[in-house]
Design a protein around this ligand. Structure first.
Ligand SMILES: NC(=O)c1ccc[n+]([C@@H]2O[C@H](COP(=O)([O-])OP(=O)(O)OC[C@H]3O[C@@H](n4cnc5c(N)ncnc54)[C@H](O)[C@@H]3O)[C@@H](O)[C@H]2O)c1
Length: 459
């Protein structure tokens, strides 16, 4: 066999590491993916497709049962893909004893915020504890969950070292040659849900190991499924890279949101402005305003860094300000609904409002941190009678913050509503038809661009 990795030719590596590297390189490795959600399940599918023997681990038995029966629970992963993976040997389980058979294990568990915006690393901690007793020499452990720089070294490695039963240490600086080791790396997930313009495998994968062999092992694994792995010098650099990307988005979205509010007062069309600015062939990247931030990443991840920064007596003002601006957006939307109703001689109290779109962005079914949830709550507080329609979200149940308990209502008889509020610009909607059939349309996404009607309030 011709080995692409020069490390495979490094004979000073322990035999078990050499064998695992070889299996990673020729796609015969056994790979465990822990956390079969929006990140872990698609990753498992890519690995299975490339020939790796994949075992998915999750504590949610419904997911394990669904996958074992060949059923999907993520819209963009079709049933056939699961069934095909099962045919290739993919298994889902909640039994962590199988970790000991794996060559590599990838953690894709949630990293939410606690109530006061502190990082909640309990899932990462718990997963590290589930892996530790089953760790074997030469295994590679990768963290993919988004988190602050230092998590892999300060949280994951200490648990794996303290709680494994064989006295293994993470390979790293100062570890003696005779010590039996495992390898640890961090590699952020960079998926953009709902974006079909780039294939997932064409998004370069950043990889930073706790030391060089870990980086190389992880890069070799990811090069089996992604067109390019970008090797960086440490887990901290890889962790910070992901945060920089998300903070960049969060701050720029806050900036256009604030400029939108001013533009509305100045009677300037901000979307036209952005389109014009985007013709500049350098130095400008367009971001678009909306009703607020949503998703599991952009509204949350920046606060992982601002929390960590406090340890260094450092106050990240950009992040705090961006958070403030973005979080205020649902309140502005509600004020524009009130203004629109007012022009129709309607009070907020008792007004019938249909919200279009609960998902946090176009053409996806993800409700996490969606500004529609907060907006619905605020409208209800002001006395509106609110229902919603979303082709991707048949039901909104009890979440961490909201208990809306509501089903998507059919998109019909729009003239029965005092206001139709466009929150998510799903491409399934026929916006011309919606405007024609409605009394008042408040559009937070410029979805009605090009439609001329006095019924529309763009905000
Ligand atoms: N969703 C995205 O688009 C996206 C993009 C980039 C990065 N990320 C990051 O990836 C990570 C995972 O996000 P996600 O969207 O896949 O979350 P998710 O909630 O969709 O999935 C997480 C899965 O982990 C499982 N889980 C929780 N604790 C576990 C444990 N102890 N052992 C085994 N399984 C456990 C849950 O049951 C769930 O199935 C987060 O850190 C997130 O910030 C997500």
């Amino acid at each position: 066999m011709i080995c692409a990795s020069p490390l495979l030719e490094n004979t000073s590596l322990p035999i078990s590491t050499q064998k695992r590297l070889e299996r990673l390189e020729n796609h015969t490795a056994k790979v465990g993916v822990i956390g079969l959600g929006y990140v872990g399940l698609p990753l498992s599918m890519l690995l299975a497709e490339a020939g790796f023997k994949v075992t998915g681990f999750d504590i949610d038995m419904t997911k394990v049962e669904d996958l074992t029966a060949g059923r999907t629970y993520i819209r963009r992963i079709p049933q056939e893909e699961i069934q095909c993976a099962l045919g290739r040997g993919f298994k889902a389980t909640n039994d962590f004893a199988h970790i000991s058979d794996m060559d590599a294990v990838i953690m894709c568990v949630p990293t939410p915020l606690r109530e006061h915006r502190e990082p909640d690393l309990s899932f990462v901690e718990e997963t590290s504890r589930s892996i530790a007793p089953w760790l074997r020499e030469g295994q590679l452990v990768i963290l993919e969950s988004t988190t602050y720089p230092g998590t892999t070294e300060e949280l994951v490695i200490p648990i794996l070292e303290a709680e494994n039963l064989r006295g293994l240490k993470a390979q790293g600086p100062g570890v003696p040659e005779e010590q039996e080791v495992f390898y640890v790396a961090f590699s952020p997930e960079r998926e953009d849900p709902g974006n079909d313009t780039i294939a997932r495998r064409d998004i370069p994968k950043v990889v930073g190991g706790h030391e060089a062999i870990a980086t190389e092992m992880a890069a070799v694994l990811y090069e089996g499924i992604f067109t390019r792995a970008v090797r960086v010098s440490s887990t901290r650099v890889a962790e910070m890279t992901k945060l920089l990307e998300n903070i960049y988005r969060c701050v720029n979205i806050a900036l256009v949101n604030e400029l939108k509010l001013l533009s509305l007062k100045m009677d300037v069309d901000i979307w036209e402005v952005i389109d014009a600015a985007a013709t500049k062939p350098f130095g400008f990247h367009p971001f678009f305003p909306g009703p607020g931030l949503g998703g599991h990443c952009i509204p949350i991840d920046p606060f992982y860094l601002s929390w960590k920064a406090k340890e260094f007596d450092f106050n990240l003002r950009f992040i705090e300000l961006a958070g403030e601006v973005n979080e205020a957006m649902p309140g502005h939307v509600v004020n524009y609904v009130a203004e629109g109703l007012n022009k129709h001689n309607k009070a907020m109290n008792g007004a019938k409002v249909l919200m279009l779109g609960m998902a946090y962005k176009r053409d996806i079914d993800d409700l996490r941190e969606s500004p529609s949830l907060r907006t619905m709550e605020l409208l209800r507080e002001r006395g509106c009678d609110v229902v919603y329609n979303d082709p991707y979200v048949p039901m909104v149940g009890k979440g961490r913050k909201y208990n809306l308990n509501m089903r998507s209502t059919p998109l019909e008889n729009l003239d029965q509503y005092d206001c139709v509020l466009i929150m998510t610009d799903h491409s399934d909607y026929d916006y011309k038809q919606i405007v024609e059939s409605s009394v008042l349309v408040v559009d937070t996404r410029n979805a009605t661009k090009g439609i001329r009607s006095r019924k529309i309030v763009r905000c």
